[in-house]
Design a protein around this ligand. Structure first.
Ligand SMILES: N[C@@H](CCC(=O)N[C@@H](CSS)C(=O)NCC(=O)O)C(=O)O
Ligand SMILES: [Fe+2]
Length: 232
């Protein structure tokens, strides 16, 4: 049996983002999911401490609230390749779409298209884990009021691509604002206060969130379209 390496890291500097480090085995090939630019040194130190070979920096979507660490990591570790959805409209070394695999050593991430929070949102399945980005948060979900968001589309994505996974699949979101770290598909199907409702109720809830725009949206969006770094 494979002994996958897994670490969940949290951005305490303001974005409340979870970054995930996965490797196919101790000392093996690794991927970093949703790195944050302010945390790149922390992430790369962990990669080095664990003796891992970082292959890919993978984004679940073009983030609106923080700048991705992908470009800075590529600059510090030449050879690392960035990955994002083709439908995100963002630059990357590898554009993926539903059904693709991101392989690292003997392990892989299975790409599932889960649009609705943004047009290019992906979730990545690895063994009994799903990295849901902002499509599904613990007891919540991503907002749908910008970046081509659509409550109807998000509802269909989560129900078709995440809630069809086995109930014991562990849900790892891109953010948490309430102190949660993970959940399971079974738990979210039963207890998610938005997505356990009917589609019509969900659309009504999402239309009335009244959230202010993320503070860094004007800086983050244009930078994330070019991997987090504006080249000279
Ligand atoms: N206050 C934060 C932004 C909070 C926010 O809008 N989060 C997004 C995910 S990042 S695009 C979201 O979808 N939230 C859903 C929710 O129900 O909170 C900031 O200023 O950065
Ligand atoms: Fe987002």
């Amino acid at each position: 049996m494979r002994s996958l390496v897994f670490r969940q890291l949290f951005d305490t500097a303001g974005s409340s983002t979870y970054t995930y480090l996965l490797a196919d085995r101790p000392g093996g090939d690794a991927v970093l999911v949703d790195p944050v630019v302010e945390q790149v040194d922390r992430d790369l130190k962990l990669v080095e401490d664990l003796g891992l070979k970082l292959k890919y920096v993978v984004n679940t979507h073009c983030h609106a609230d923080h700048v991705t660490g992908s470009g800075l990591i590529k600059r510090k570790l030449p050879g690392v390749r960035s990955v994002i959805a083709k439908d995100s409209g963002a630059k990357a070394d590898v554009h993926v779409a539903h059904g693709d695999r991101v392989e690292f050593g003997d392990a892989f991430l299975e790409v599932r298209a889960t649009p609705g929070h943004t047009e290019g949102c992906l979730s990545y399945v690895c063994d009994n884990m799903v990295f849901t980005g902002d499509a599904l948060l613990v007891r919540g979900c991503g907002r749908t009021d910008f970046q081509g968001g659509s409550a109807e589309t998000l509802y269909d994505s989560v129900h078709a691509q995440i809630f069809t996974l086995p109930d014991d699949t562990v849900v790892y979101p891109a953010h948490d604002y309430k102190g949660h770290r993970s959940s399971t598909v079974g738990e979210e199907k039963r207890l998610n206060p938005r997505l356990s409702k009917s589609k019509a109720e969900f659309v009504e809830i999402m239309g009335n969130l009244g959230l202010p725009y993320p503070k860094k949206i004007d800086e983050a969006l244009p930078l994330n379209l070019v991997c987090g770094i504006q080249e000279e």
